[in-house]
Design a protein around this ligand. Structure first.
Ligand code: SF4
Length: 242
């Protein structure tokens, strides 16, 4: 396992390569992001962004969505796939928000994962991007990239979350997850583009595979930047699109 300094150096390098890493799920508050993240399972963010405007214009609050007819919600979310299961989650989650939290999205992991259809990844997305609470969502990209880099060693998302967050300041957690997700989508794909990777000199997978390291000046991104979280404060404030 790498030292905290080495983990930070890797995230610094990848942060320079992906300076605008952020969630792509559109939202204007925590409830909207919770809805969008539930819908994003097995769906693209772009596909979810086509569905949520109409859904949330029709049912803009937990109270409204909890009282919505099942058939109507199924029709509205149909394009995201698994529409019956997702509708059950949305209605159950909304009813739980109304019944347990006065219609508001709770600000703790413990309370969030008790909501129907909400797992640890979804909870971390909402905490980090809409509630200003540090969170480190682990999806398939984070799993793959973190293990290749050697900043985590596990197939268990919660274990990977513990390993990476244990090496980073909480101020970096959400930014780090967004950066690893974007890196997994663009560069460290299932077949990785190591020659284009800003962290290739620091990567265990690249070293084991015998691929050559690439000189820093040959890679995209700003050549030098002070170590800093790219966002102000410990995590995102609410109200901005994911
Ligand atoms: S060097 Fe290759 S395997 Fe390692 S993180 Fe970069 S793209 Fe992925």
């Amino acid at each position: 396992m790498k030292t905290p300094d080495a983990v930070q150096a890797i995230l610094d390098a990848l942060g320079r390569q992906h300076p605008n890493a952020d969630t792509e799920l559109k939202h204007s508050n925590a409830f909207e992001l919770l809805v969008a993240t539930i819908l994003s399972a097995q769906a693209t963010d772009a596909g979810v962004n086509l569905v949520t405007p109409h859904l949330l214009a029709t049912y803009p609050t937990a109270q409204a969505l909890a009282a919505a007819p099942v058939e109507d919600v199924e029709q509205l979310v149909h394009a995201t796939g698994f529409f019956r299961q997702k509708t059950r989650s949305l209605l159950g989650m909304s009813a739980a928000l109304v019944g347990r939290h006065g219609g508001e999205v709770p600000r703790t992991m413990d309370a969030l994962v008790k909501l129907p259809g909400v797992g640890r990844k979804t909870a971390n997305v909402v905490l980090g991007h809409a509630l200003g609470v540090p969170g480190f969502p682990v999806d398939r990209h984070v799993l793959r990239v973190a293990n290749r880099l050697g900043i985590a060693k596990s197939d268990d998302p919660e274990r990977v979350e513990q390993q990476v967050t244990g090496a980073l300041s909480p101020a970096w957690w959400t930014r780090a997850s967004d950066t690893l997700i974007l890196h997994g989508r663009r560069i460290c794909k299932p077949t990785p583009l190591c020659e284009q990777c800003a962290a290739n000199a620091l990567c265990d997978f690249r070293t084991r595979s015998g691929r050559p390291a690439v000189a820093r000046g040959a890679l995209p991104g700003r050549p030098k930047a002070a170590r800093r979280p790219a966002r102000k404060g410990p995590a995102r404030a609410s109200g901005k699109r994911r």
